[in-house]
Design a protein around this ligand. Sequence first.
Ligand SMILES: [Zn+2]
Length: 381
Amino acid sequence: MLYESVIGLEIHIQLNTKSKMFCSCSNDIWKKPPNSLVCPTCLGLPGALPVPNKEAIKKVQLLGLALNCTLNKNSHFARKNYFYPDLPKGYQITQFSDALCEKGRLETSFGEVAIRRIHLEEDTGKSMYTKDETLLDFNKSGVPLAELVTEPNITSAAQAVEFCKKIRELARLLGVSNADMEKGNIRLELNISLRKEGEKALPNYRVEIKNINSFKFLKNAVAYETKRQEELLKAGKEVLQETRGWSESGKKTVSQRKKEMENDYRYFPEPDIPPLEFDEKYVGMLKQELSQVLFYKDKNISEASFEKSKITKEKITYSMNDENELSKLVKEVIAENPAPVSDYRMGKENALQFLIGCVMKKTKGQSNPKMVLDIIKSLLE
Ligand SMILES: [Zn+2]
């Protein structure tokens, strides 16, 4: 009997904002002295008031838009109640229903992977274990964290790694995270179960694997867990629904929590933070920002293909950031495109993107889209 793995991923991405999620402490925590970047809010002291970081919210929404998600116009934060030494206030501020982004997708070499949601939450502190002590560092407490959850559309370790690499690349391209796995900027969890090859229905159990901090761990964890579950099923046994952790030193997954002991987090709306509302104008602005970033991406891709085809750089005749030269080109584009120009004057912001695109084309992606945007606006107003 042949089995196929059914895998869903949860990717935690630390956002590279200036300050933390709900306070003004610096978010640049790497290698800083323990407990040097803390305040009453990120320590969770009673009475401290969390204020959401708009930059973090925007970064999650940009990521969501790039992954074809729907952005919820109304969203809110929730409390997830549990106690852990590195979460001394007894709850984590996260999102439960109406996450910032829902129902996206990403094209891969093995087909489309559906994205269930991307929500925003605060990271916890860090516990370090010595021989006879546990040390706590709260610098990481309150770092903004995007959590991206996929549908179980993945069937192998290679596919899981490809998907995660694409997300890492996108996070870097959009500038939402440094996405450095060695610094813990991206952490993975997965759920995995097996079904007989050819079956379509989802298996009636799933095993969650936590503590995966590298692509190597991800590959090893999927290989180990597939084999463990396959042996149980072949012996006619049931696979228990549970949470397991990956132990890289032992090269195996270890049971952490059985289903019967599943935590009841008792989520409820965070009473200290008003609900979030986003209007059309705001979402339009985000879309415009995203399309500008994607211009840069096109530029990088075309430069790479120039190199491959050994066309020398001299063929790109201008390095276009001279304002006079750019103005000349913008005037040409305006003269050549009367319809989009009048659309823009009637208030259609999309037409502006088209005009910027035309200028970028003329300069072979060598000009600064922000400069182009400013010149077009000044010439049309
Ligand atoms: Zn703080």
